[in-house]
Design a protein around this ligand. Structure first.
Ligand code: T3D
Length: 261
């Protein structure tokens, strides 16, 4: 797969996506958003692609909107329309993809780049990672789902504090708050993230994908609706080859070989 702004490589079942504008801290443009959406579409359609690993080239993970690219902020520029065409569908494509997305946060994740990191499922951080809201620093409200995930991950009061004050969060603080799952030394963190992505890719990826769907569903419904939805999807996974293999392997006391179907 060839892209202008991304490096994309399939390694066994994992599609490794590297944001590749290092001189700009991998700042976002409409093209980057389009390319991420395209990767999600391809991965969604290809059974051999069972997980995504997303990271950034160079020192930054993603600095949010490329502030040098927007040339008509005054006048008729519609910020709303820009988001509806770019970062909203990008974040939706990542959430809707029923395959796991591991985000390896190598450096600064700012503004919409913070949202990009939060749109993945599991975040591993290098000790050099930092999360920078950035929006209020330039007088904007959050976008790309930051105002959705932040209160859910760190609590409403803490989210208000971080977003109002544009507080920079370092890797250790991010782990303590639950923004990232784990922090590793810079020289080993990518291997750790790769190893997690490979492990997920060789797991029961139908079940993982539907678990992602079930978690998404839980965010907007009552307890009664959620357990009803669990029962519905349990029926789907219960009739899968992976379920048969999982139970057979357990009874035969061997490791299961999941196919993701
Ligand atoms: O405006 C609209 O269209 C609305 C869209 C909104 C969506 C958003 O994402 S709003 C938020 C936009 N992002 C920001 O405001 C972040 C701005 N950048 C920073 O705050 C810092 O650069 C970082 C926290 C990301 C990193 O800090 P640090 O100290 O590690 O690095 P640095 O020296 O500030 O930046 C390194 C280089 O990246 C530098 O280039 P240079 O001087 O080496 O040539 C810097 O200009 C460049 N860079 C960083 N962020 C951006 C950027 N270039 C373009 N756009 C950026 N957003």
């Amino acid at each position: 797969m060839t892209y202008e702004t991304l490096l994309v490589e399939q390694i066994e079942g994992v599609v490794e996506v590297t944001l590749n504008r290092p001189e700009k801290y991998n700042a976002l443009t409409a093209q980057v958003a389009r390319e991420i959406m395209d990767v999600c579409k391809k991965v969604g359609r290809d059974a051999s692609m069972r997980a995504i690993l997303l990271t950034g080239a160079g020192r930054g993970f993603c600095a949010g909107q490329d502030l040098e690219e927007v040339d008509d902020r005054a006048g008729d520029h519609s910020f709303r329309s820009h988001l509806l065409k770019t970062y909203n569908p990008m974040a939706m494509a990542m959430r809707a993809l029923e395959k796991p997305i591991v985000v390896a946060v190598n450096g600064a994740a700012a503004g919409a780049g913070f949202g990009l990191a939060l749109a993945g499922d599991i975040r591993y951080a290098s000790e050099h990672a930092k999360f920078v809201p950035a929006f209020i620093g330039i007088g904007l409200v959050p976008d790309t789902g930051v105002s959705y995930w932040l209160p859910r991950l760190i609590g409403a009061g803490r989210a208000a504090e971080v977003l109002f004050s544009n507080e920079r969060i370092n890797a250790q603080q991010a782990a303590e708050m639950g923004l990232v799952n784990k922090v590793f030394p810079a020289d080993s963190f990518l291997d750790e993230a790769r190893s997690l992505a490979q492990k997920l890719a060789s797991g029961p990826t139908l079940g993982i994908g539907l678990t992602k769907r079930i978690l998404n569903h839980s965010l907007g419904v009552s307890f009664a609706e959620q357990i009803d939805y669990e029962a519905y999807l349990q029926d789907v996974t219960g009739h899968s080859a992976d379920y048969q293999e999982g139970v057979t392997a357990f009874l035969e006391k061997r490791a299961p070989e999941f196919k993701g179907m």
